[in-house]
Design a protein around this ligand. Sequence first.
Ligand code: 13P
Length: 259
Amino acid sequence: MRMRKALIAGNWKMYKTPEESVQFVREFLQQLTPRSEREVLICPPATSLGVLKPLLEKSPVHLGAQNVSPEDEGAFTGEISARMLKASGAEYVICGHSERRNIFGETDELVNRKVKQTLKYGLKPILCVGEKLEEREAGKTWTVIQKQLSAGLTGITREQAAEVVIAYEPVWAIGTGKNATPQVAEEVHQSIRNFLEERFGREIAETATILYGGSVKPENIDELMAEADIDGVLVGTASLTVPSFLRIVNYQSKSQAGR
Ligand code: 13P
């Protein structure tokens, strides 16, 4: 199996003004020791992208957005286009986060349009999938995730699939302090990789980056990253303070993949 680079991503959600974002990044960069086998990504609110771009341009830290309009441009009050995000420094876009699906009513069809729009502008989508607690308890975890993957990746070519990151974020683990155990997460990650193999072939599946998200913290990062199919993490709360995000980025590797 090919070695996959780890991706450690912070999703700041609706936290931090531009000034607070700059302060975080300055402090973070001072303490960060770059490692070629680990990629670090920060997804701040859209209002902070522009001010962080010059700070991060020559740094090992990448920028991402949390959402995107499925349209190119036009009379869509409150929306932000992929072109705008790219011009503001974003390289990645989180698509279909469970908060967007469950609070703002985003459907699989809309998430798919966002994934395609992200790719159209040369950005990398992070397609989020994950089951709710009642779905897990009803034994429907894989049915739910398979549907989200299948719909989210509709019309995506093999070539485009190489640019897509998948994030498995069980809804019951987000912001609850209760993470999926590494074994539970690994099982779903393996199924996601099998799905990608069936849909796009072995090479895409083996090189695909599959992230875990949901109460990732300094206390559980080492064991999560030790799993063969967990290629990185999407971190909410614990990415908001420099010491905890740094500890996550500096996880202790026990992985066979050497990440
Ligand atoms: P928490 O790390 O706060 O559980 O949030 C996870 C998440 O939703 C990342 O996108």
